[in-house]
Design a protein around this ligand. Structure first.
Ligand code: BES
Ligand code: ZN
Length: 866
């Protein structure tokens, strides 16, 4: 086990490596319980390296068989070997350039952490990001050491894959060569009895690329959508960023046991099978959506991540924030841009704002970490992506593209920093981005408030920003906030074409001439004006727009910016729910407005479905906390239910009509158009079930010809209490792992709160509950913590005990996944004293475990502190 309280690694302590690698040759003789890895690594002293010049190699859980320098075997006296690695002192090195050779033995079948080389369902595969390569062989396992790799695999398994291009193969072996210098975290190897779904792609300069999606026999008919998404991603990156693929083959492999979603290894992406395999019968529209954007994301890393990588792990947002931004752009271009934006913001608020508001708040570029795996966070990813979007908005689309061209030109083949990235933008656009950089170095969500008056024919607008303290950062400097805005008349006429004001100090004021605006809009001078601020969510801030209910109803009905239209409705819904929570009744004007919006047939059905969705229970808990209340998860759950009933009653004829009108018909397609119809239709179904009972859902379930409709019927029937539905679904799908993940999850997420923990507990005894499989673990344990907040926060503390028990158990096998799931506790300070005591008790019990991993202990310490 790892050290009990390891020292944090700090950005300020960065030093260049003492040695660089010119070339790597690896030979794997695969065996589940004793794989031999031979390495031959050509090193050269780094002129920019530290004085001492020792050769430092990372290595963990390796049995060293032999090693040599320039052909001379080393004895144990020639190096220092610790559980973390191996050091050869400078004086034992033959000179500035030398060849290191080693043979090690590893145990892939025993590797339950799923980091390094491991086995999954009879195949071998690897996961090296961030620091998994050191579990494969001794190596400078840091991203600023880049080298070309040549790999030989020896195994009886039929398919043997690694990075780059195939070089040679014969019975029982294959060789691969990757000409592009890469850091070790992008290394990958796969061996198994696999079948390919293959295709071809011709790049913009006319080079032919073979595309393969490798899956287990039987799954080959579930690859078509991922392949289509891959080809569309490749074309899009050529057209929008001028980026061409650079190898002869591009391989994707689906594996069942995977900690994350997918990994961008050079030329050999490895995917959680959940994000590759799809068929009409087994995957929902949401699953298709994820497949498309994750395939795109990992493909886009080929340039933003692989060709240009990160100097150190503090710079993670350099590749992840940018690549998330790129995959969001791709999805916006492919599907509906406003719907994509709303979904991205929903996700940002649910995950990143939540993180920023609690003990785990950290910079987009952190200053220190104990375990880097704990920093693949919503802040690095999603806030990181928002920063790129703001930059693009500030410099404009053309200059953004010019800056990216220069970034690729200047830094191809390098390991870079945020400073490098911003310098490119400064050089290309002539701007000073030193203040913008604060977005990378200050944690927390800025709050922007707006005030305005209309007087003497002028609108006087004042915007102010405030940056609340976060752990370790009591005081902050103002950031650069682009506020896209428009102005509407009380009748909904647009008075001002969209413009962007930049709030870069504590406050800013602007005056608008109403006569002039009215003249240009061709209307009489209004005596009231409604600002539509932060259009398109132009900055990741919390806005207090200061709008009355009547103003927001105007925006909901008329704002030409679809994001702010939705936002106005969202804010009215949140306010209504908060009033109901404290005894009030919903305002019928909101339901009338929704009814009219639902009737607008020229509006995207997906947009209408989003307008109909209520803020989540977790959103409401945060809203209650922000309002100075102590959230009661049980009451929040009940209030949301009451609101659904009230909405269903008020909108019943409209919902019933939509249910009929939004049937896309028998020919299935996962495209945005059909998915939008199903989304709206299924929203109508679930709302109507609140007042009609289960008959419609029963018919819906029975008639379903795709998983989107089937799961909508299933979850609705779980909630309306069909006693037999779980068994029927189980009997139909028990042999399909991915569908069974949904079965496990749905029963917990849709349980009545007071039964949720008991149901989750019972499911962990089910013969198909394999807790070492991360997807299955997340289905049940995550089904409770994220899917059923009122159940998780059961006043007895049963949910907290359940989570703590499972985290302790999982941590011994898979620390990375255990640590991620511990974030369910991050909001503990919101709750009442009894719940706080129960949660801290659970955290303390975890912390007291012997041999707790560095991953989970860091998380528990950070959540508990602050
Ligand atoms: N590079 C990551 C995968 C990764 C994350 C490996 C953490 C090791 C540790 C990959 O590009 C990624 O970001 N995957 C995301 C999905 C993506 C669409 C945001 C994931 O796996 O969740
Ligand atoms: Zn990524």
């Amino acid at each position: 086990m790892k050290d009990a309280s390891p020292q944090p690694i700090r950005l300020a302590d960065y030093h260049p490596p003492s040695h660089l690698v010119e070339a790597v040759e690896l030979t794997f003789r695969l065996a589940p319980r004793g794989t031999r890895v031979r390495s031959k690594i050509r090193f050269r002293a780094n002129p920019a390296g530290l004085e001492n010049g020792n050769l430092r190699l990372d290595g963990e859980n390796l049995r060293l068989v032999s090693c040599a320098l320039d052909g001379t075997p080393l004895t144990a006296l020639d190096y220092l070997l610790t559980p973390e690695g191996l050091t050869v002192p400078a004086e034992r090195l033959p000179g500035p350039s030398f060849t290191w050779e080693a043979e090690v033995e590893i145990d892939p079948a025993d590797n339950t952490a799923l980091e390094g080389l491991y086995t999954s369902g009879g195949m071998f595969c690897t996961q090296c990001e961030a620091e998994g390569f050191r579990k494969i062989t001794f190596y400078p396992d840091r991203p600023d050491v880049m080298a070309p790799f040549t790999v030989r695999i020896e195994s009886d398994l039929p398919i043997l894959l690694s990075n780059g291009n195939p070089a040679a193969s014969g019975p029982g072996w294959a060789e691969w060569h990757d000409p592009w210098p890469k850091p070790a975290y992008l290394f990958a190897l796969v061996a198994g009895d696999l079948v390919a779904h293959s295709d071809r792609f011709t790049t913009m300069s006319g080079r032919a690329v073979t595309l393969n999606i490798w899956v287990r026999p039987g799954d080959e008919d579930k690859c078509a959508y991922a392949m289509d998404a891959l080809k569309r991603s490749m074309r899009w990156d050529e057209e929008v960023y001028g980026r061409e693929y650079d190898l002869d083959v591009f391989n994707i492999v689906a594996v069942d046991d995977f900690n994350m979603g997918a990994m961008e290894n050079k030329g050999l992406n490895i995917f959680n099978s959940k994000y590759v395999l799809a068929s009409q019968k087994t995957a929902t529209d949401r699953d298709y959506d994820f497949i498309e954007s994750i395939v795109a994301h990992e493909y886009f890393h080929n340039w933003t991540g692989n060709r240009i990588t990160c100097r150190d792990w503090f710079q993670l947002c350099l590749k992840e924030g940018l690549t998330v931004f790129r995959d969001q752009q791709f999805s916006a271009d492919t599907r509906s841009a406003p719907v994509q934006r709303i979904e991205d913001v929903l996700q940002l608020r649910a995950r990143q704002f939540r993180e920023d508001a609690g003990p785990l708040a950290h910079n987009v570029r952190p200053d220190a970490y104990v375990e880097i795996n704990n920093f693949y966070t919503a802040t690095v990813y999603e806030k990181g992506a928002e920063l790129i979007g703001m930059l693009r908005r500030i410099v404009g689309a053309q200059e953004y593209r010019a800056a990216l061209d220069e970034y690729f030109r200047r830094h191809d083949g390098q390991a870079c920093t945020i400073e490098d990235w911003l310098a490119v933008f400064e050089d290309v656009t002539g701007r000073d981005l030193s203040q913008f950089k604060r977005w990378y170095t200050q944690a927390g969500t800025p709050r922007v408030s707006a005030e305005w008056q209309v007087a003497e024919g002028r609108l006087h607008l004042r915007l102010a920003q405030e940056l609340p303290p976060t752990p370790g950062q009591p005081l902050k400097e103002p950031v650069v906030i682009p506020v896209a805005m428009g102005l509407l008349s009380p009748e909904g006429a647009e008075l001002l074409p969209e413009t962007t004001v930049i709030l870069d100090g504590p406050e800013l004021t602007r005056d608008f001439d109403l006569d002039e605006m009215a003249r240009r809009a061709g209307i009489a001078r209004p005596d009231h004006v409604i600002p539509s601020l932060l259009r398109g969510f132009s900055a990741p801030v919390i806005l207090d727009a200061g709008l009355s209910r009547a103003d927001r109803l105007v925006l909901l009905a008329h704002d030409p910016d679809p994001f702010n239209r939705w936002e106005a409705g969202r804010s009215l819904m949140r306010e209504t729910l908060m009033e109901m929570l404290t005894g009030g009744a919903p305002d019928p004007a909101l339901f009338d407005a929704l009814d009219r919006l639902l009737a607008e047939d020229r509006l995207d059905a997906a947009f209408r479905a989003l307008c109909l969705a209520l803020p989540s229970e977790d959103d409401m808990a945060q809203a209650a906390h922000d309002a100075g209340l102590v959230p009661d998860p049980t009451a929040i759950h009940a209030t949301r239910r009451a609101m659904q009933v009230a909405m269903a009653r008020a909108l019943q004829p409209r919902l019933a009509a939509l249910y009929d009108a939004m049937d896309p018909g028998p020919a299935y397609s996962p495209d945005a158009d059909q998915a939008a119809k199903r989304a709206l239709r299924n929203s109508a179904l679930t709302l109507l079930a609140r007042i009609e009972g289960p008959a419609r859902a029963k018919a819906h379930y029975a008639a379903a010809t795709n998983m989107t409709d089937e799961i909508a019927g299933f979850t609705t029937l779980l909630e309306t209490g069909d006693p037999d539905i779980a068994r029927r679904f189980h009997d139909r799908w028990k042999d399909d792992r991915l569908v069974m993940d949904k079965w496990f999850m749905a029963q917990v997420a849709h349980a009545a709160p007071e039964q949720a923990v008991a149901i989750a507990e019972a499911l962990t005894d089910h013969p198909l509950f394999d807790w070492t499989n991360p997807n299955r673990f997340r289905s049940v344990i995550g089904g409770l913590t994220s899917g059923n907040p009122a159940g998780f926060h059961d006043p007895t503390g049963a949910g907290y005990r359940f989570l703590a028990d499972w985290l302790i158990r999982l941590d011994a096998k898979n620390p990375q996944t255990a640590a991620r799931m511990s974030t369910a506790f991050e909001t503990w300070r919101r709750y009442d004293a009894d719940r706080q005591a129960l949660i801290t008790g659970a955290l303390d019990r975890i912390a007291a475990q012997d041999g707790l991993s560095r991953d989970l202990s860091e998380m528990v310490d950070r959540i508990r502190a602050a």
